[in-house]
Design a protein around this ligand. Structure first.
Ligand code: ADP
Length: 486
């Protein structure tokens, strides 16, 4: 047996479940440390000291004082919370604000976001290179634009610690005016095309992509897509240039947190060996949203942010196909005001057939995954997507656009696949209402046939959506990165 030394990794992110979550990033940051532990990787997670984070750390003691962190006194606090080993940046002038981590109550970005997340990056570099109370780190794993500057600070630090940068969504780039550059405390050379300069400004995502030793994104297909102008959102050239260090590693699901056999939010619990109790969850969802209590009508669900990316408008335009299929629809999400308005309108115009809840509701989301026959994920682009993984885990058959991680995680139950007993859902492309409608009709006709549908559902429930394979890939990449760094 080859004994490998434990790796100490400092993860740097702006969200982690259950402390603060606006999207899938939080799930990944919350779940990866536990999944990496069996691979000899010990993760400490550096988070901004939002109110919720500081509350969770309770009376944890100061691990280091930072007399002036971007305009005010701060300190580092370390402690266990939510199953993670956390270092929080207690900097009230930057992070002690209610509500969303990035926006004011009226939906505008905080005016000092550049400094807030520069503070996160600079602190990551400080902790990784100087250690904290004698503990050193072998590698920094930075996530998304909020963590991007960590890779820049690390590159210019006295002690060299390698970094891996993970893209969860290219659409959020952390782009700021050039005028903030002098306040970042980075050397002049960093402000260059061969650096963090991006379209004349400072790009935090660009910084991560340029300065990291290795880049990952959350599915192999998205890793390929973002090297094209169509999906690269302006950074495809850089990514083509760094293709040799760009890897796609699928997100997993925390299968303890997402377990239909133990989930307290469900009306009835079940597992892969007996999915019959799903019927009670279907009934609960129908009742909660005012749908007709029809056990036989196929129930379609959508859970997600109401944005252009997620294709909720495609669903609203494909309603004729839904009605032709005799199906019901539940919609759960929040986001853009106009899409929220359209979702409410669709439900109001179709009582008993369409139910909607505009808001964020963890319990209802879980009941939808556990009760709907189909979960729709018609994203225009999707780096990985967790909704379809939740659907597979809870036995709702995913109908997904064949893009990004959706293409990598759902096996289309076409005729050939079914002939060999395969197929866990339905894929369609390109993401337009006509093809979503056709996919919904395919789903309902299989549903009405009975036996083929049960096979697809059983395949879905049998899919291993855990972190197991992906954690091994991250651990191997971390070791390779450190070895190459020397
Ligand atoms: P993204 O990170 O782009 O928002 P993902 O599919 O990767 O999309 O992750 C979204 C996660 O958030 C899923 O676990 C989904 O169930 C959950 N979610 C999204 N919107 C809501 C909502 N309105 N209420 C409850 N859970 C939600």
């Amino acid at each position: 047996v080859r004994v490998r030394a434990t790796l100490r990794v400092l993860a740097v992110a702006s969200e982690a479940v259950p402390l603060v979550k606006t999207g899938g990033l939080a799930d990944v940051v919350g779940a990866l440390p536990g999944a990496l532990a069996p691979h000899g990787v010990q993760v400490t997670t550096l988070l901004p000291g939002y109110l919720a984070v500081m509350a969770a750390l309770g009376a944890a003691r100061t691990a280091r004082a930072l007399p002036d962190l971007f305009g005010g006194p701060a300190r580092l606090v370390r402690g266990p919370a939510a199953g993670l080993d956390i270092i929080a940046i207690d900097a009230p002038h930057l992070f002690a604000r209610p509500g969303n981590p990035y926006q004011t109550a009226d939906g505008n970005p905080w005016g000092d976001n550049a400094l807030r997340f520069a503070a996160l990056g600079a602190t990551a570099s400080l902790v990784a290179t100087e250690g904290l109370r004698g503990q050193k780190f072998d590698l920094v794993h930075a996530h998304d634009w909020q963590g991007g500057l960590a890779c820049a600070y690390l590159r210019f630090a006295a002690r060299q610690v390698p970094s891996v940068f993970t893209i969860h969504n290219m659409a959020f780039q952390g782009q700021f005016p050039a005028s903030i550059f002098p306040r970042l405390g980075l050397p002049e050379v960093a402000f260059a095309t061969a650096g963090l300069e991006y379209f004349g400004g400072v790009g935090f995502l660009k910084a991560g992509l340029w300065f990291a030793d290795r880049i990952t994104t959350v599915s192999p297909t998205y890793a390929a897509e973002i090297r094209t102008p169509a999906a690269g959102m302006g950074l495809d050239g850089l990514l083509r240039g760094r293709a040799d260090v760009l890897h796609g590693i699928l997100n997993g699901l925390d299968t303890d947190a997402w377990n239909p056999a133990t989930d307290p939010h469900l009306a009835a619990r079940f597992d892969a060996s007996n999915a019959a109790p799903r019927a009670a969850n279907k009934q609960a969802v129908q009742a909660a949203l005012g749908l007709a209590p029809d056990a036989l009508a196929p129930l379609f669900g959508f859970v997600g942010r109401l944005t252009w990316q997620k294709g909720i408008d495609l669903i609203l335009e494909a309603l004729p196909a839904l009605f032709a299929a005799g199906a019901q629809l539940v919609l759960l999400g929040n986001g853009d005001a106009e899409l929220e308005h359209r979702v409410r309108g669709a439900a109001a115009a179709n009582p008993g057939r369409i139910g909607a809840l505009v808001g964020f509701d963890e319990a209802l989301a879980r009941r939808i995954y556990a009760g709907a026959d189909v979960v729709l994920v018609p994203s225009r682009f999707e780096p990985c997507g967790l909704a379809q993984l939740c659907a597979l885990r809870y036995g709702a058959v995913p109908v997904v656009a064949r893009v990004g991680g959706l293409a990598d995680t759902v096996i289309d139950a076409n005729e050939m696949a079914r002939a060999v007993g395969a197929g866990t859902g339905i894929n369609f492309a390109p993401p337009v209402p006509e093809l979503l409608g056709a996919a919904m009709l395919r789903a309902t006709s299989l549903y009405r046939e009975g036996a083929p549908w049960q096979r697809i559902q059983a395949n879905a429930l049998a899919t291993d959506v855990s972190w197991q394979r992906s954690a091994a890939q991250y651990a191997a990449l971390f070791r390779e990165t450190i070895a190459a760094h020397g």
